[in-house]
Design a protein around this ligand. Structure first.
Ligand SMILES: Nc1ncnc2c1ncn2[C@@H]1O[C@H](COP(=O)(O)OP(=O)(O)OP(=O)(O)O)[C@@H](O)[C@H]1O
Ligand SMILES: [Mg+2]
Length: 245
């Protein structure tokens, strides 16, 4: 079993897009039944990327509060990836779930185990931006964490906070693999190009060897509720996510 967490200190950098499209690229390479995604973000957006919007399901939040198995809320997509949504929940339920996660730091690990995905499974987990109970759960059980960054000053400004967080997490789990992933690279823009080069120099040992280019097909694919690999299989972003997988 491999657990991959997709995180960031800043919002809107492409975590959910990365989670969905990386999972679809992994699904294409590993075949049906191997890849699952879990939406640990109350924004509940991940299942949109797989065309699972009108499906009837409860999601991780409600399943956790009612003592159900997460597997019961799992939706099978047409893209060789299963998706476990966060679920549409009331504010009271969200708070109760977050309280539960605070009390049980290994809740995610135990639920993934209980879901019985097996040794060959690959689970990709989406998270909300910034420090949260969800982020803690992911750092507790992931094998690999991808920290998504945009090549801009806003993302750069979040690196000190992320490094402090990482120091704590890596002290507890020194073997955890962590990579910064640059998203929305646009080589035609000087500032974008220079910031990317600067970030790569600064974060060298932890830099993911693959960047994701800025490609309007990523946003278009979401509008068509499908992974970019299905929407534009030969586009730049599809190529990048295939390499990343
Ligand atoms: N490589 C890319 N090229 C072009 N557009 C992109 C790319 N990656 C993400 N986007 C667009 O950027 C926007 C934000 O992406 P996304 O929702 O994945 O970010 P997020 O980090 O999950 O946001 P949040 O912090 O709110 O959860 C979306 O409109 C998405 O389509
Ligand atoms: Mg998101």
């Amino acid at each position: 079993m491999s657990i991959i967490g997709v995180v960031s200190m800043k919002g809107g950098v492409g975590k959910t897009s990365t989670c969905a499209n990386l999972a679809a690229a992994l699904g294409a390479q590993l075949g049906a039944g191997r890849v699952s995604t879990i939406d640990l973000d109350p924004q509940n957006a991940l299942h949109w990327h797989f065309g699972l919007v009108d499906q009837d399901t409860t999601g991780v939040c409600e399943q956790s509060l009612t003592g159900g198995n997460w597997r019961n809320a799992m939706l099978q997509s047409a893209y060789q990836v299963a998706c476990l949504p966060y679920g549409n929940v009331s504010e009271a339920d969200r708070e109760a779930f977050e309280g539960m996660l605070t009390q049980s730091p290994q809740w995610l690990a135990s639920q993934i185990k209980a879901a019985g995905w097996g040794k060959e499974a690959c689970v990709v987990v989406d998270t909300p931006p910034g420090p949260s109970v969800y982020l803690k759960q992911v750092f507790d059980c992931a094998d690999l964490v991808l920290i998504v960054l945009l090549p801009d000053a806003g993302s750069y400004a979040t690196i000190p906070d992320m490094e402090i967080w990482l120091e704590d997490m890596l002290a507890a789990r020194p073997k955890l693999k962590v990579f910064y992933l640059l998203n929305q690279i646009d080589r035609s823009e000087a500032l974008n190009r220079d910031t990317a080069a600067f970030l790569r120099r600064q974060l060298k040992p932890r830099m993911c060897p693959v960047d994701i280019h800025n490609d309007e097909a990523v946003a278009e694919a979401l509008a068509f509720q499908q992974p970019v690999l299905s929407y534009e299989p030969h586009g730049q972003a599809s190529h990048d996510f295939t390499r990343l997988a």
